[in-house]
Design a protein. Structure first.
Length: 130
């Protein structure tokens, strides 16, 4: 009986240990804790400059050139995590999967380098293995 308990505990501990390695992030870490409220407090349409945006968020991941000498800067961040149950043999087939979150900040600057408009979007997703 003790052997079965030890084996079960070992499998559970192993599953928990693997979950630390099962997280991944990609993109601009400065957006990792951003919320719509925090972005609205930092960016003011008609006032915030390119230099201020670059100081707050760093170099954009994408720059698009628009008509009228306007520019669009894009920042993004994604994180994913494998559910703990995924690592448990057999259980993972039914209760496993992943959770993900993506954040995207798009800013349009006028020809003078002042924020004309911006949009911040957060989306969350979840997949199941079965």
């Amino acid at each position: 009986m003790k052997l079965k308990t030890l084996l079960a505990a070992s499998l559970f501990a192993g599953a928990l240990a693997f979950t630390g390695c099962a997280n991944s992030t990609y993109g601009n870490e400065k957006l990792s804790n951003a919320t719509e409220k925090s972005i609205n407090q930092k960016i003011i349409k008609g006032k915030t400059t390119k230099a201020e945006i670059k100081q707050m968020f760093g170099t954009p991941s994408d720059v698009n050139y628009l008509p009228n000498n306007e520019q669009q800067w894009v920042y993004s961040f994604s994180k994913g995590k494998i559910k703990t149950a995924t690592m448990i043999p057999i259980v993972g087939m039914f209760a496993g999967g992943t959770k993900s979150e993506t954040k995207k900040l798009t800013i349009v600057f006028d020809k003078n380098g002042i924020v004309k408009d911006y949009m911040f979007i957060t989306s969350k997703g979840e997949t199941n293995t079965f």
